[in-house]
Design a protein. Structure first.
Length: 146
């Protein structure tokens, strides 16, 4: 009877190990719920796996997004140039104060003093970005579904 109990416990332990190893194997191969949903176009994974195909199928829309990205970059570049030219002294003070410790009180004070100086540049950038969005929407509308 003792031998029978040992045999049962051995079988139960072996079955438990088998199920655990199968579960680990399934997880390692990612046969989980949603693995098929995460697979991109042509079996590739990732958020950009279908980007090339979409660009090839809808070139007009791709051109719209490229133009909007360029527009945003130009707006940001213009804001940086504006701030560097308009607020040079305040900017240098902030750079010096924040160089050693960005969390210091001197850095916070310098940043607070810099903000009113750069605000017109930020406002201009915000307006330019809004214009970029309007242009993007018009471009996408003109493309239709092509």
């Amino acid at each position: 009877m003792i031998a029978k109990r040992e045999w049962r416990s051995t079988v139960v332990a072996a079955l438990a190990m088998l199920f655990v190893s199968l579960a680990v194997s399934v997880r390692a191969h990612d046969f989980s719920r949603g693995a098929l949903r995460r697979t991109g176009v042509a079996g590739r994974r990732g958020p950009h796996s279908g980007g090339l195909l979409l660009r090839l199928i809808f070139p007009c829309r791709g051109d719209c997004f490229d133009a909007a990205r360029t527009c945003d970059q130009m707006a940001e570049s213009a804001a940086v140039t504006c701030a560097e030219q308009t607020c040079d002294a305040s900017l240098q003070t902030a750079r010096t104060a924040c160089q050693s410790d960005p969390a210091s009180q001197d850095c916070q004070t310098a940043r607070t003093a810099l903000l009113p100086c750069v605000q017109p540049c930020l406002d201009t950038e915000q307006s330019a970005v809004a214009s970029c969005r309007t242009t993007l929407e018009a471009c996408l509308t003109a493309c239709g579904s092509s």
